[in-house]
Each structure stands twice: as C-alpha cells, then as structure tokens.
Design a binder for this molecule. Structure first.
Ligand SMILES: Cc1cc2nc3c(=O)[nH]c(=O)nc-3n(C[C@H](O)[C@H](O)[C@H](O)COP(=O)(O)O)c2cc1C
Length: 189
C-alpha cells in the first residue's frame, strides 16, 4: 500500500469494537518510535506519552472515572457516563495518554509544540493502521482538567492532547468521509 492509501485507510475505531486481544509491546514501541520522528521546530520534541497495557489500563479507567465523579456537580453527574469512562478501555490492548510538554525556548510558540505533538500522534496512528491495529483519539472525559495532567506528574504549562485507545478489531474497515475535498481548502497562488 502506498503512503496516500495508508493515510486514507486510517479510521477512528470505537474501543467498544476492539476484540480484547493483546498487541505485542514491540508494536507499541514501533508506534512510539514513529512518534519520535515527527517534525520539531528547535528540537523541542515536546511529545510525551504514558502507556498503559491491558493489565494496567483498568487503573487508569478507575482514576479517570473517579476524577469525573469528584469534579462533576451532583446534579450533572450521570452514572452512565461514569461507567463509560471507567470501562472505556475494557476491550483495549493499550491506552496511551499523549501530552504536550511545554518547553522553555521562548522563540518556539506553544502552537508549534502542539503542532509537533499532533504530528507525533498521527505518526503513531499510521503505524497502527499499517498493522491493522485500531485507534481512537479521544479528548473526552476529564482529559483537559488540570487534575488529570497533574496525576501523571505534568506541569501547569503542559497540555493533554489526547487519550489514545488502542486495540485489535475484526470488523471491516469503516469507510471514511470528508465534508469537502482538498481543492476546497486550498488556494494556489
Ligand atoms: C484532536 C482530536 C480529538 C478527538 N477527540 C475525539 C473524541 O473525544 N471523541 C470521538 O469520538 N472522536 C474524537 N476524535 C476522532 C474524530 O471523531 C475522527 O477523527 C473523525 O470522526 C474522523 O474520522 P476518521 O478519523 O476515521 O477519519 C478526535 C480527533 C482529533 C484529531
């Protein structure tokens, strides 16, 4: 498959559709290696990852759900949402928390570091796609809350960019869609 076909075949797969099979750590390491080769202005290399495996992911689910419970006003609390957050990874092989570590180079704006971290995540998704591994880039739950990043030891200036739920899947690759083609988003001068 050429690179364009690979890019186009990458799909967001709902973790509920994962099979629960374990993906070898070597494949996850390959994804992380790809991440580390993202473009990076000033070599700030701001991408940071916290990796949970099948055995440890429930610890993350428990933390995430309890954070949701403790920070949600009682009148807004929904048991269904609590359960969804808690058990989101039940069929996953791995879960990766993706964080942008804000550097101290004043000439590199945060936007550029966030761009680099996002590129690193995309690199991971593409390696996963190559191996028919499903990924789900989530920004749901409490991931933008300060207490979330602090739990992982990150600082005020750092930003969680996503939670990657990763697993094998056996459904046919869903067809993708875009609302418009590249021509409508491009001006040639
Ligand atoms: C920064 C970012 C955050 C996302 N957060 C969520 C999310 O919280 N929940 C979700 O269902 N999908 C999330 N997605 C995935 C998009 O829903 C998905 O990319 C979109 O539906 C297009 O589908 P495709 O990835 O299969 O092309 C996110 C994607 C990006 C880039």
């Amino acid at each position: 498959m050429n690179i364009l076909e690979l890019i186009k075949s990458r799909r967001t797969i709902d973790p509920d559709l994962f099979t629960g099979e374990t993906i070898p750590n070597e494949l996850i390491e390959e994804m992380l290696e790809a991440a580390n080769w993202a473009p990076t202005h000033g070599f700030t290399e701001p991408w940071r990852f916290v990796v949970y495996n099948r055995d440890t992911a429930p610890i993350f689910g428990e933390f995430h759900a309890e954070l949701f419970k403790s920070l949600t006003p009682t009148e807004q609390f929904l048991e269904k949402k609590y359960e969804k957050i808690k058990y989101r990874s039940k069929n996953c092989s791995h879960v990766i928390i993706c964080v942008n570590k804000r550097g101290d180079k004043s000439n590199i704006p945060e936007t550029e570091e966030l761009a680099a971290t996002s590129a690193a995540i995309q690199n991971m998704l593409l390696v996963a796609t190559e191996h028919q591994i499903g990924t789900f880039w989530s920004t749901g739950g409490m991931c933008y809350h300060d207490a979330f990043k602090k739990y992982f030891g990150f600082a005020e200036a750092d930003k969680v960019v996503g939670i990657l739920y990763i697993g094998k899947y056996s459904i046919e690759n869903p067809s993708g869609k875009r609302n418009s083609g590249w021509k409508e988003k491009t001006i040639w001068k």
